[in-house]
Write a protein that binds this ligand. Structure first.
Ligand SMILES: [Mg+2]
Length: 327
């Protein structure tokens, strides 16, 4: 299966904002350094090889055989890592950026120790808005005697670094050089079609900033599926969360929590849907290849109550049968 194109040079950074531009340039150098070291440690030769915890291919894991989505009327989809692969590799941009800064504080902790720490909280906060990972980062800096910048500033540095990595993917989609399905989790479009055929009202809910997420959904040509809207992170972050969205849908419609079916690769969306009594599919895909189950993601999603685990949506008929029975 063709994966997303590799990050090539792609260094035509839009550094019109020069104050942030130099911070980004320096952070970019640091990221390359940590990525090189990480590859040395793991024996990896490219970012395509990461993460390296993949299990054998399991098309569908049923965690609770009694679970059913037969009564579902609402489909709640996370975006990045669940449907879209445009931002695949974000983890390997965010983690080194943070590790390098913490290393500079010279606390005596090794790079491996700091990497483990950062990977832990970044992974745990996946699915929430990016700002929460940055807030935790600033707390880790403070804890080590450093003086952090504002979390929002770190978020913009990170987003600029990530844009270096993904700009070519967005341009390939915009120009038509790459088919949108190549930058989606395999089987995602067929799954969305099936949800509409069953009459579910679909909502997109993402921790990625709303303008980017909406633009990328349009580039993937999936925006028209979401009659319930495409909801993403705002700089005014306290006014949006997946929990707030789900509670608002329940308040403003006749949908019950038990009628929600969630799909996500972060524990947040799974936990939110399970808390209101819905059912949830954990998408534990080994981005960007999306062939095998990523064990770390799988365990995290299982721990918050995912009913089913998939590495992608290729086992369409099996997944439909597990979700909806023979109906
Ligand atoms: Mg996600």
């Amino acid at each position: 299966m063709p994966g997303p194109h590799e990050c090539s040079a792609g260094r035509e950074a839009e550094e019109a904002d020069t104050s942030r531009g130099s911070a980004v340039a320096s952070a970019r150098d640091r990221v390359s350094h940590v990525q090189r070291d990480r590859r040395k440690r793991t024996g990896s030769t490219s970012d395509r090889d990461l993460p390296h915890w993949s299990l054998a291919c399991t098309p569908l894991e049923i965690l609770d055989p009694a679970s059913s989505a037969a009564g579902a009327r609402v489909g709640l989809f996370d975006f990045d890592g669940t449907l879209s692969l445009i931002r695949a590799g974000w983890f390997d941009v965010m983690v080194p950026m943070m590790v390098e800064t913490l290393l500079d504080l010279r606390t005596g902790e090794s790079e491996a120790e700091l990497t483990e720490l950062v990977e832990g909280y970044v992974g745990h906060l996946t699915g929430r808005q990016t700002i929460y990972q940055m807030i935790e980062f600033t707390e880790q800096i403070t804890k080590r005697g450093g003086t952090p910048k504002d979390p929002l500033e770190y978020k913009h540095i990170y987003l600029d670094l990530l844009m270096d990595k993904i700009r070519h993917r967005r341009e390939d989609l915009r120009s038509g050089r790459v088919d949108p399905d190549e930058l989606m989790v395999p089987g995602a479009r067929r799954l969305l079609d099936a949800m509409l055929e069953r009459g579910l009202r679909l909502y997109l809910a993402s921790g990625t900033d709303q303008p980017y997420m909406q633009e990328e959904a349009r580039l993937l040509r999936i925006d028209s599926y979401f009659a319930g809207g495409m909801h993403g992170a705002l700089d005014d972050y306290k006014n949006f969360s997946k929990k707030i969205l789900v509670e608002r849908i329940i308040d403003e419609s006749d949908y019950a929590g038990s009628e929600f079916l969630g799909f996500g690769d972060g524990f947040v969306e799974i936990e939110v849907v399970k808390t209101v009594g819905g059912s949830a599919v954990g998408v534990a895909t080994d981005e960007p290849d999306c062939v095998s189950v990523d064990k770390v993601k799988r365990d995290r999603l299982a721990a918050v109550g995912a009913d089913w685990i998939v590495p992608n949506f290729n086992a369409h008929n099996e997944l439909m049968a597990a979700l909806f029975g023979a109906s």
